[in-house]
Ligand binder design. Structure first.
Ligand code: PLP
Length: 376
């Protein structure tokens, strides 16, 4: 039997029942279940606003666009970002006409506050912080150094569904927090996400822009009465970014299991740590103080990473890498060489299988192979 890096687990019967409600009602689009899911997400996280969108990628784009317009940033203004992320994070900056400035990471693989400080210029408008694997890294210090300098913080929380810091969900103090419910994330749907703004006026703007700039959403119009039910205004050049009721139906079910699933991920991480911890050639990623991670990933660092992948593959075990240094990609190559820590990590990090189907025995098998072949 092969062991894959990620396999989503769906509560199939419950999901089908919830989807069935949409089909019977004849409402699969925005509204109905999307509103229920937004309410459930706010209730779960305690965040004041939540707008359900078709992916984290578009949520990030909305976040940059709305903050840029609200605060009158100019084209070419700078956003400090990380080279160790899925490329969505950095594309969203470029899509908005802003300039990515790559800062380096610390041992947690999240942005290093010292490196952020040394990259701040008078054109720095925002920092986008990625909580790699569900870890918050030095997020609190980053928040502090941005406060008082008027720098906005966007949290790419694609890995962070269920992460708490000091007992509270991430990260109500960010200007925007963006979650992913893509199929391999901790709360899997198929593709969807949630953009959670600190300020209500930004949430209102996100609802408008995610539906082409139209002033009244179709669900509200359909449910209303009167001769002008069909009438709406168009106030902005918006996008078609909103989520739909089928995805929200799956999300509503999966949310009920998120904490239990994350608890099992914790257990898997503990088993890995018990087996792999304290070995000379195997580095573990330190968890931030006070962070109860979603444990989206379990990552190690080893010098012979590429060789190890081939060895594991031969045993039908398929790990992953999160991530390749983004400045190695052709389109971000002009920024290469600026982040030595991220660059070094990028050739050593390995993400081990982490999902509900991985057993204790799998963890032992995988760990024992790694122990046998890890080299300096
Ligand atoms: C998955 C991921 C995204 C993109 O999420 P989608 O919902 O697939 O658009 C963005 N950033 C990070 C760090 C991710 O892991």
């Amino acid at each position: 039997m092969s062991v894959q890096l990620f396999v989503p687990s769906f509560r199939v019967d419950e999901c089908l029942l919830e989807i069935r409600e949409c089909l019977e009602k004849g409402w699969t689009g925005s509204g109905f279940k999307t509103l229920q899911f937004e309410d459930a997400w706010k209730e779960y996280t305690g965040l004041p606003n939540a707008h359900f969108v078709s992916s984290n990628t578009v949520g990030l784009h909305l976040a940059f666009k709305i903050l840029k317009d609200r605060h009158q940033w100019r084209d070419g203004d700078e956003v400090i970002t990380t080279p160790l992320t899925f490329v969505s994070t950095n594309h969203a900056i470029v899509h908005t006409g802003l300039k990515p400035v790559f800062a380096d990471v610390d041992d947690s693989l999240c942005l290093d506050p010292e490196s952020i400080l040394s990259n701040i210029t008078e054109r720095t408008r925002a920092v986008v912080f990625v909580g790699i694997g569900g870890n918050v890294g030095q997020y609190e210090r980053v928040r502090q150094l941005c406060d008082g300098r008027g720098i906005k913080v966007i949290l790419d929380a694609a890995h962070m569904a269920g992460t708490r810091l000091h007992g509270r969900h991430v990260c109500g103090d960010a200007d925007a927090t963006v979650f992913s419910f893509q199929a391999v994330k901790n709360l899997p749907t198929a593709d969807s996400g949630m953009v959670c703004f600190k300020h209500e006026e930004d949430d209102v703007q996100a609802r408008k822009l995610s539906w082409l700039g139209i002033s009244k959403d179709t669900f509200a119009r359909t449910m209303s009465h009167g001769a002008y039910k069909w009438m709406y205004d168009v106030e902005d050049v918006g996008f078609k970014y909103h989520g739909n009721s089928i995805m929200a139906a799956i999300g509503l079910v999966q949310l009920k299991y998120l904490d239990a699933d994350n608890a099992y991920r914790h257990q898997l991480a503990k088993w890995y740590e018990a087996r792999l911890g304290g070995h000379q050639h195997i580095g573990l990623i330190p968890m931030a103080e006070g962070c109860e991670s979603s444990r989206h990933l379990f990552q190690i660092r080893i010098a012979n990473r590429d060789e190890m992948i081939l060895i594991l593959n031969k045993h039908d075990i398929f790990p992953g890498v999160h991530y390749r240094d983004n400045t190695e990609y052709r389109m971000y190559r002009e920024f290469s060489g600026l982040c030595p820590q991220a660059h070094a990590a990028s050739s050593e990090i390995l993400s081990l299988p982490m999902h509900m189907g991985v057993t204790r025995k799998d963890v032992h098998t995988i760990s024992d192979i790694i122990l046998q072949y890890a080299k300096a």
